[in-house]
Design a protein around this ligand. Structure first.
Ligand SMILES: [Zn+2]
Length: 50
């Protein structure tokens, strides 16, 4: 388990990408190509959180 200072450092510098389905609003893992609910026809949008 990392000390708080170390985890805060890594957490502060990492860029999180959140991928969301515009059809049903489900948050999808950034590595997924499609929404598990809507399938290949899903319309995903990605947000980068610095
Ligand atoms: Zn969906």
């Amino acid at each position: 388990m990392l000390p708080d200072a170390v985890s805060a450092l890594f957490g502060g510098t990492a860029t999180d990408v959140v991928r969301e389905c515009r059809r049903c609003g489900t948050t999808v893992d950034a590595t997924e190509e499609s929404c598990p609910h809507c399938g290949p026809e899903s319309d995903l949008v990605s947000y980068e959180i610095a």
